[in-house]
Ligand binder design. Structure first.
Ligand SMILES: Cc1ncc(COP(=O)(O)O)c(C=O)c1O
Length: 371
């Protein structure tokens, strides 16, 4: 349908990467890493040079999020997916309650539901709908997802939970761009290949003293087997030394630190304001065209980080995405595959500029209106 469509020169974005993760890593950061020569890559992560980068990144995140002084930035290898297992094994007591609104929040639930000694409950909405978590009586753990990457839904409110319950937030694709009140959060974690523009295979877990205490308490339970590499105690102790339990990819930490510095120059409020401006552009465009519509009906749940826009069945979103990729001008705007919708899913992450999003809207419109 779109084989003959050619993007005019003036609409070619300066960077083709619009994906929701892995996301756009600035070329400047890659060049900066190359310039470090033999100082970082290929050196011990337990020595000063790398530990300084780790420390700068941890301090940078504390400043960016304005974390309470007693919260800790815990890091490790494996990403959010590994954390789902680490959480089920080492932070949940017995009765977690999961709020599920898409594929990733469901995967977290599914990862935990078969652990024999825990008994998870679930509140689930149809994919495409939003849901705010609330405290459930008897729960010792509330699990929610800040930004459901598969559907483009963000949550807008967090509950207060009592002392014997932890509030845990998978912030993977929202962290940095969707604000929360950290005083309410006990565990806020993300993989850095989204807003924080790094590589995958790594996690950041921001823990409250209550969460650290829970990890320490569970670690002492004699009848609970936790594999070595899943132990929170190793992650916490190493993070306090600006290290990871096992060997990390140093480039991942480097890129994450560069992005934290970049975003700290503006501060979280300015970053969020720009995200809102980009979201207004995208959803406004979707509403202004008869052949488009925002997938998320309820406006307040429309994500500031991942825009999902449905396309009239007369046209094929996948065909257009393919034609644009073939020309090397736009990558990765396809819908989440398991959602099976005729849809564009577009990253509004900090490094994806307003100007390039504007061009993207114009070139998509041009292609469809000329089809
Ligand atoms: C909300 C959310 N949670 C978890 C994950 C899994 O992250 P990872 O692949 O880094 O383990 C993703 C990945 O896209 C995600 O979007």
């Amino acid at each position: 349908m779109f084989e003959s469509f050619k993007v005019p020169k003036h609409l070619i974005p300066s960077d083709p990467r619009f994906g929701v993760g892995p996301s756009l890593i600035p070329i400047e950061a890659v060049e900066k890493l190359a310039k470090t020569g033999h100082e970082l890559l290929g050196t011990s992560h337990r020595r000063e040079a790398v530990r300084k980068v780790v420390q700068e990144m941890q301090e940078g995140l504390k400043a960016y999020f304005k974390l309470p002084a007693d919260y800790e930035v815990v890091i490790g290898n494996g990403g959010a997916t590994l954390l789902w297992d680490m959480i089920g094994l080492g932070l949940v007591e017995k009765n977690p309650h999961h709020f599920v609104c898409g594929e990733f929040s469901d995967k977290w639930y599914r990862a935990n539901k078969n652990i024999p000694w825990i008994n998870p409950e679930i509140t689930k909405v149809e994919f495409g709908k939003g849901i705010n978590p609330v405290y459930k009586t008897g729960a010792d753990f509330i699990a929610c997802t800040l930004n459901e990457t598969s559907t483009g839904v963000m949550l807008t409110e967090l509950p207060e939970v009592p002392q014997d319950c932890l509030l845990a937030i998978d912030a993977t694709s929202g962290a940095g761009q969707i604000k929360i009140d950290f005083k309410k959060s006990d565990l806020y974690y993300f993989s850095p290949q989204k807003v924080f523009a790094s590589e995958g295979g790594f996690y950041v877990a921001i823990m409250s003293p209550k969460a650290i205490e829970r990890a320490q308490k569970i670690a002492k339970e004699a009848n609970r087997f936790i594999p070595e590499s899943f132990k929170w105690s190793h992650a916490i102790e190493n993070s306090r030394q600006n290290q990871t339990y096992n060997t990390p990819a140093i480039s991942t930490i480097f890129f994450l630190n560069e992005q934290v510095k970049l975003m700290n120059k503006l501060g979280e409020d300015a970053v969020v304001k720009e995200a809102q401006r980009k979201a207004n552009l995208m959803y406004g465009w979707a509403q202004s065209k008869s052949y488009l519509s925002p997938f998320i009906a309820e406006e307040k749940f429309r994500s500031l980080a991942v825009a999902t826009i449905d396309l009239d069945e007369k046209y094929k979103a996948d065909d257009l995405a393919l034609a644009l990729r073939a020309q090397g001008v736009v990558y990765d705007i396809d819908a989440y595959r398991k959602l099976g919708r005729n849809q564009f899913r577009i990253g509004l992450f900090h490094n994806v500029s307003y100007e390039n999003l504007e061009k993207l809207t114009q070139l998509i419109s041009l292609a469809i209106e000329g089809a």
